[in-house]
Ligand binder design. Structure first.
Ligand SMILES: [Zn+2]
Length: 70
């Protein structure tokens, strides 16, 4: 449904990447970064970001992620 691309490298973004970006960087962001660029920007390893995404989905504590669940 989305056609967003990473603002740094132009990679197509998943809804999870967008949700994580909004969660970590700016809730009202309109331009996003992919996991690779985000991990570089905030100095967090990519696999930690993937764990975080999984955690948010599992706990359901964040609406940004809950709304993307099917
Ligand atoms: Zn990127």
């Amino acid at each position: 449904m989305t056609s967003h691309r990473c603002q740094s490298c132009g990679a197509p973004l998943t809804s999870d990447e967008i949700a994580l970006y909004r969660k970590l960087i700016c809730r009202t962001a309109v331009a996003y970064g992919c996991l690779d660029c985000l991990s570089e920007a905030i100095h967090v390893q990519r696999h930690r970001l993937e764990e975080l995404i999984r955690w948010y989905h599992e706990t359901g504590c964040c609406q940004l992620f809950a709304e993307y669940e099917s």
